[in-house]
Ligand binder design. Structure first.
Ligand code: HEM
Length: 193
């Protein structure tokens, strides 16, 4: 999901804005074929992204349901302003927000409109009129920009912004000290506290 998202965000931004900052640097001889490549990568990686968010949803939806402790985390903004750590479960409220708003709502809107733009919507009889494509294009562009903007905060915290989180993402494991520090309610729940 992460790789397909980054590929889509980069190629999507190039489709949208590349003519303003790449074309003047390279000229049309390079830019034409380059954009064609970006567009084809985007069009084929899109359905893979949709598949990965469906799998991700099924794997993690149960752990993203509201729980005790979420409200305190949200009100205190995860301790990001006060510097005081607020205990969280397996996923904290910030992660749940990104799951529901970023992945489920924006991910579905961008995916559904992307399938229309690709003209490959299955099981439905869709007439791909000019108006249909224009609406899909607006939903896709607005959703994609919101999602890409939100993802910058998410990617920052998941990589260089918080020590240990990238290793947990890569391997599926974290050490006990990290678990206690960042997800204390979960740490206690599984009997380590
Ligand atoms: C999730 C991340 C995604 C981002 C950030 C993203 C971003 C974008 C952007 C910015 C554009 C340019 C819109 C314009 O020209 O007005 C675009 C176009 C497009 N996107 Fe996406 N997109 C994503 C996912 C998808 C998915 C899941 C699909 C398909 C299933 C898809 C299919 C398309 C198609 C077909 C186009 C039109 C390309 C063309 O001009 O031929 N995108 N996307």
């Amino acid at each position: 999901m992460a790789f397909s998202f980054v590929a889509l965000a980069l190629t999507g931004l190039l489709i949208l804005f590349g003519k303003y900052f790449i074309l003047p640097l390279t000229g049309p001889g390079f830019y034409g074929p380059f954009l064609l490549l970006c567009k084809n990568i985007h069009n084929f990686v899109g359905p893979l992204f949709t598949l990965s968010i469906v799998i991700f949803f099924l794997l993690f939806v149960r752990r993203n349901l509201p729980e005790k402790g979420d409200l305190a985390w949200a009100v205190g903004f995860g301790g990001m302003l006060s510097g005081k750590h607020i205990p969280a479960g397996f996923f904290n409220f910030g992660e749940k927000f990104w799951f529901w708003v970023g992945m489920v709502i924006l991910g579905s809107a961008v995916s559904a409109s992307g399938w229309v733009l690709d003209m490959i919507v299955p099981f439905m009889q869709i007439e791909y009129w000019r108006g249909t494509m224009q609406i899909a294009n607006i939903i896709h562009g607005v959703g994609a920009i919101l999602m890409t903007a939100l993802s910058l905060g998410h990617i920052y915290i998941g990589t260089i912004g918080m020590q240990g989180s990238i290793d947990a993402m890569k391997t599926g494991y974290c050490d006990e000290v990290w678990a206690k520090e960042h997800h204390e309610l979960w740490y206690n729940k599984i009997g380590r506290g």
